[in-house]
Every structure is written in structure tokens, then in C-alpha cells.
Design a binder for this molecule. Structure first.
Ligand SMILES: Nc1ncnc2c1ncn2[C@@H]1O[C@H](COP(=O)(O)OP(=O)(O)OP(=O)(O)O)[C@@H](O)[C@H]1O
Ligand SMILES: [Mg+2]
Length: 384
């Protein structure tokens, strides 16, 4: 099949419109340079930062439209934001429509949380992988980070704290139910030598989950404490998106050794990353560092690198905020494909540069845990 060309992609995109505009996104100049490699098409669409959620359906429409063009084997479209100093107050994104309202947290300000958090027996360090906004690659990072820590010689577990939208069963190609062992205790599932627990194992995939606030917490507590994790050096927790009360409650409930913040390079996500940092600091959890995900794109055929997404933003932000920069993960179709296939790239292609990037991030994260990096938060972050 002949490779598709840019003109064909642009022509197809001509039919895509934003949420409230009748001119197409191409004529409005919203579409970035288009990268085509081996039938795979990638580009970004620039949208106003404060309206990213509203543009999500358009992003999906663009991705679908392009992926059905003849000669296209896959398409990846991401939203990026104009860099401007607008008022971030207007950006407080509402929770995604599909999720039930966040439960009310008992405390809004730093509670004496540490004192009441009992350790989980046998589990060394619990680290959260979080982000300020959804869809930046938390689950992908959490899974590959956990497997990279395992590859680095640690005993690892991974817990899916995204009770509304669990991803781990798919990402690790696991199904079925965990076995009960005596009374209330569940045996964790296992994939690639890592122990796994997810709400996805306990409920049917299509079940609408109308969790009330208190149930979210008890479900999480159960997955943490009524699971026979055994002896682990580290338990990686894939957090749900956002920094609302639900997340704050979770951060309070789990005796966290530290948090890893995932961010895409765009301004858009960075503002949200800052919210993620602020949330963990509020509950006195050290931030182990920031990972820049979808940092840059490398064309698989030519090896040419494209910084179409504003590479380097997270590193600069980390420096500014005084937290460690843990590393960058490129935007690679193989990362998405292996995720969808339940064979994360760290195990399915350990020799790839992406897998190496994850192992390095894992090593730096672990150094932070062991060395207590970031234990004393620098003064305070201001979210203007
Ligand atoms: N480095 C990467 N290269 C290519 N694709 C990626 C990369 N990181 C993540 N993705 C893809 O981006 C999408 C979102 O990733 P993921 O589900 O990990 O995000 P998330 O932050 O956990 O989302 P949510 O907020 O819904 O929990 C997925 O399709 C995933 O395969
Ligand atoms: Mg996720």
C-alpha cells in the first residue's frame, strides 16, 4: 500500500471543526507539522489551554478521520496549548464527564495525615504516579516504571487506584478474579513478575460505577491492606487523574513514600503538573520528581527527531520548582501499541531506547526513595 501524503491528511482534516467554530482546524492554523512514518501519522492541534476538555471530542474525531485514510496504519493526535500568561484560574478543568463527582474530602488543608497512616506490612516504599490532568500517560508510565524497577532488581507490586477508570487489566493483559485466601484477604494477580491489584478485577468492565465518596476510600483501603502483597521493595500506585478532593483523600489514605508527577511538555499540562505537586506537598508527601512524557517524536524509519510538542518544558519547570527531573519518554507509537496489547515496552522490547529511558527513570526514582530526595519541600509553590 502506498504511503499517505501530508496533503491527503490535511484534506481529510478539512472536515474537522472545533467545538464552536465553523471554520476548519486547518484553515485556522491549529494543526502542527505533520509527521508521517511507515504509514503512521502524527501531529498536534493547538488549542486554548483553558478549553482543552472541550476540544477532546475534536481530537478524537481528527484521529479517527486520519486513521481511516487509505495507506494509514495508525494515527496519533495530541492537543497542545498556546503559551500565554493567561489566568490559570480559568483553567481549573472540570472533571471528565464520564466520572462521577469527586467525594468530599474530610479536610481541605494539611491534616495530621502522616500520624494516622499505618504501614502496609511487608511493603517497603509506596510511590504514587500522578498528574494534574488526565490522559498524559500516568498509567503507561506507572506500568513501565514498575516493570523497569523489577528489571532493575527490585520486588515490585502495582496498584490501580483509578477506581473509576482502571487501566491495569488492559495494560498488563490480565483478566479474571483474584483468588480469596482465607477470610477477606485476596491474592494479587501477577504479570511479568510483578504483583498487580486493580478494581478492574473486581467489577465487570461495563458496570457503571457510581461510587459514593466513602466507598472510593474503602475500596482503596481494601486493595491496599486486604491483599496479600507479600514482601515488596516497592508498590507503585497508578493514581486517578486530577487533583481534586478524591485524589487528596487517596494521597492521605495511603502511606506514601513519595510521588512521581507525569507531565507532557506543553504549557497546558505543566500548569496542571504544578497543581499535582501542590497537592502532594499539602499532605506532606515528598515529590520524587517529574517525568516528561510524550517529550519528542522520533520517526521510526529515518530516526529523525521532531520536537513538535514543545520538548523540554517539564525539565525547565522541574528546575524552577526545585524538584528532581526524572527523565523524558519519547512519543513512540510502539509505546501505545504495546500498551494496548498488554505487553508493555519494557518487557516486550527491553533493548529499545524507550525501555532504557524507563529503566533510567526507575533508577532515579528509586535513588530518590532511598536517599529521601525531596523529603523537605522547598518553601512553597504559588499557583497564581
Ligand atoms: N510515550 C508515549 N508514546 C506514545 N503513546 C503514549 C505514550 N504515553 C502514553 N501514551 C498513550 O496515550 C494514551 C493515554 O495514556 P494513559 O492511559 O497512560 O494516560 P493516563 O494519564 O493514565 O490517562 P487517565 O487520565 O485517563 O488515567 C494511551 O493511549 C497511551 O497508550
Ligand atoms: Mg490512567
Amino acid at each position: 500500500m502506498a504511503d499517505v501524503d501530508k496533503e491527503a491528511v490535511l484534506e481529510r482534516l478539512g472536515s474537522i471543526r472545533g467545538p464552536d467554530d465553523d471554520r476548519d482546524i486547518v484553515r485556522r492554523g491549529m494543526v502542527s507539522d505533520i509527521v508521517i512514518a511507515n504509514g503512521r501519522v502524527m501531529f498536534s492541534i493547538t488549542v486554548p489551554a483553558e478549553r482543552a476538555e472541550a476540544f477532546e471530542p475534536m481530537r478524537r474525531a481528527a484521529e479517527t478521520a486520519v486513521s481511516t485514510l487509505p495507506g494509514v496504519s495508525g494515527a496519533m493526535v495530541v492537543l497542545t496549548a498556546e503559551k500565554k500568561g493567561g489566568s490559570p484560574a480559568a483553567r481549573a478543568a472540570p472533571p471528565p464527564q464520564s466520572r462521577p463527582p469527586a467525594p468530599a474530602a474530610p479536610h481541605r488543608h494539611a491534616p495530621p495525615a502522616q500520624a494516622q497512616k499505618a504501614d502496609v506490612p511487608g511493603v517497603g516504599a509506596i510511590i504514587a504516579v500522578a498528574s494534574g490532568k488526565g490522559g498524559v500517560g500516568k498509567s503507561t508510565t506507572a506500568v513501565n516504571l514498575a516493570l523497569a524497577m523489577k528489571a532493575n532488581g527490585l520486588r515490585v507490586g502495582i496498584l490501580d487506584a483509578d477506581i473509576y477508570g482502571p487501566s491495569l487489566p488492559r495494560l498488563l493483559h490480565l483478566s479474571g478474579r483474584p483468588e480469596a485466601i482465607g477470610g477477606r484477604t485476596l491474592k494479587p494477580m501477577e504479570a511479568y513478575g510483578v504483583k498487580v491489584m486493580s478494581m478492574g478485577f473486581l467489577v465487570e468492565e461495563d458496570t457503571p460505577m457510581i461510587w459514593r465518596g466513602p466507598m472510593v476510600v474503602s475500596a482503596l483501603t481494601q486493595m491496599l491492606r486486604e491483599v496479600a502483597w507479600g514482601e515488596l521493595d516497592v508498590l507503585v500506585v497508578d493514581m486517578p487523574p486530577g487533583t481534586g478532593d478524591a485524589q487528596l483523600t487517596m494521597a492521605q489514605q495511603v502511606p506514601l513514600a513519595g510521588a512521581v508527577i507525569v507531565s507532557t511538555p506543553q504549557d497546558l499540562a505543566l500548569i496542571d503538573a504544578r497543581k499535582g505537586l501542590a497537592m502532594f506537598r499539602r499532605v506532606d508527601v515528598p515529590v520524587l520528581g517529574i517525568v516528561e512524557n510524550m517529550s519528542y517524536f522520533v520517526a521510526p524509519d529515518t530516526g529523525k527527531r521532531y520536537d513538535i510538542f514543545g520538548h523540554g518544558g517539564a525539565r525547565r519547570e522541574a528546575e524552577k520548582l526545585g524538584v528532581p527531573f526524572l527523565g523524558e519518554v519519547p512519543l513512540v507509537m510502539a509505546i501505545r501499541e504495546t500498551s494496548d496489547a498488554g505487553t508493555p515496552i519494557v518487557v516486550s522490547d527491553p533493548a529499545s531506547p524507550s525501555a532504557a529511558a524507563y529503566r533510567e527513570i526507575a533508577a532515579r526514582t528509586w535513588e530518590g526513595v532511598v536517599g529521601g530526595a525531596g523529603r523537605r519541600p522547598p518553601p512553597s509553590i504559588v499557583i497564581e
